[in-house]
Unconditional design. Structure first.
Length: 451
């Protein structure tokens, strides 16, 4: 207990250290990201295998079953479900409580690479997606307009997407409800017949002129480089200039038998806002970034970009999580303030004003000291952290009351204040440690709870 005597003898040093801790606690509190829920790792991964035109029966036989055989060999898999649908196969993999996100992603990628050789050659590249609580949109921006064309809505949504993704803390801005742009080719059958061109000749000419041809390497004596003959279609003019057939009259190109027009693919999903056709931009934030700050930055970027958009474009905000987060945090802060006031009232009534103020001063100091560790560990300011502090408030008050009450009794017996508080701290040190230890022991089994 010589440590307590040394602390009591160095009053200025202790007060300076107290001020430094409070300053660091305030700085940590202001820098902690604010969220409604803690960022937890969800032990679920999803593998999607697109295959255009495949039936659900063939999807199960050719896509789901071969991939399941490889994914079953991954260590730590608790449950795996496969879903076969038209044009798509989906596998949902659930891991056990020892789930490590980075290792799980690596194991799934290796298993998918092994399973790809068993899939049909016409299947597209499998998509591996990790389920995370931070991937859900924090706000959705809707682009609509009753008198606005679909192309204008799409271009406005793209401009907003670029502006939103430039906001610090934004992970992704995903456009949904927009149809994919395509070039529609309308073939004139009368012109094909007049020029003596068959449908097979037309299709084969397109295939031959839309590929990347490797032409080998050239060795210069100082090194070598690859030669490629690019013949990939990139624009409408590239398509129209494709030669189909040559005769005595000249070269017949695709522009002689085809009319191109810009259009959209058939819609597979629809997005509506207040009964109007719309395009939605779902914004997700990066992990460890304040939700409130990200939403505020997104709104500011949208309002600045809105000035350059057509006036008929209507922009709305949907599923904004920031008001709910602010209200939740404010409610918990209010509950903690109320609890502190009630505790202060009871303590002052029981042990007097001066002793009650000494007990009360330990509450903000301890909370600010805790915020230093919360910030250092990379946690966010959410309702779980607030509840933890609310639970710790009871233990904090109990220990302070016991020490102050014993010191008051010793001072009433004639002991000087410094000696009285030093004796009280020495006498109650181990009982308080035992009291805190028994409380922590009750919650300790939760740390070993699987999952």
């Amino acid at each position: 207990m010589d440590l307590l005597a040394a602390i009591t003898a160095r009053t200025r040093t202790v007060l300076s250290l107290l001020g430094a801790i409070m300053f660091a606690g305030v700085a940590s509190f202001l820098s902690i990201p604010v969220e409604s829920d803690p960022d937890v790792s969800v032990p679920v991964m999803i593998v999607q295998i697109p295959h255009e035109g495949i039936s659900p029966e063939d999807s199960e036989r050719l896509l789901v079953r071969p991939m399941e055989l490889e994914l079953k060999s991954i260590e730590g898999v608790v449950e795996m479900n496969g879903y076969a649908a038209e044009g798509m196969a989906t596998l949902v993999i659930e891991f056990d409580s020892s789930f490590e996100p980075d290792q799980a992603v690596q194991d799934v990628r290796e298993a998918v690479d092994r399973g790809k050789v068993k899939l049909p050659s016409t299947a597209e590249e499998p998509i591996i997606r990790e389920v995370s609580a931070s991937d859900f949109p924090v706000i959705t921006v809707s682009v609509a307009g009753q008198d606005v064309s679909e192309r204008t809505r799409l271009q406005s949504a793209r401009d907003l997407k670029d502006a939103i993704e430039a906001v610090p803390g934004v992970l992704e801005a995903k456009i949904s409800g927009a149809r994919e742009e395509v070039l529609e080719a309308v073939i004139d059958p009368v012109q094909l017949q007049a020029l003596g061109i068959s449908a097979e000749e037309l299709l084969s000419s397109l295939q031959r002129n839309n590929r990347l041809i490797a032409a080998g390497n050239v060795d210069t004596g100082r090194g070598s480089f690859a030669i490629k003959i690019p013949s990939v279609i990139e624009s409408a003019e590239d398509i129209l200039s494709i030669p189909i057939k040559a005769n005595a009259s000249g070269v017949i190109s695709l522009r002689d038998v085809v009319v191109l027009s810009e259009t959209f693919k058939d819609a597979s999903s629809y997005t509506r806002t207040n009964g109007q056709a719309a395009i939605a931009i779902e914004v997700s934030k990066r992990a460890g970034v304040s939700l409130v700050d990200v939403v505020a930055g997104v709104r500011e970027a949208v309002e600045l970009t809105r000035l350059d958009l057509p006036r008929a474009v209507q922009i709305d905000y949907i599923a904004d999580q920031s008001p709910q987060t602010i209200e939740q945090i404010s409610t918990l802060q209010g509950n903690i303030s109320t609890a502190m006031f009630l505790v202060l009232t009871v303590v002052v009534a029981a042990v007097g004003f001066k002793s009650g103020m000494l007990v009360a001063l330990g509450i903000p100091f301890s909370f600010l000291f805790a915020f230093i560790f919360v910030s250092a560990l990379g946690y966010t300011y959410n309702f779980m952290v607030m509840f933890g502090m609310l639970l710790g408030l009871g233990m904090l008050i109990d220990g302070a009351i016991v020490v102050v009450e014993l010191a008051d009794r010793k001072m009433a017996g004639g002991a000087p204040p410094k000696a009285a508080y030093l004796a009280a701290a020495r006498r109650m040190f181990w009982p308080i440690c035992a009291s805190v230890g028994t409380t922590l022991a009750a919650f300790l089994p939760l740390m070993f709870w699987p999952g």
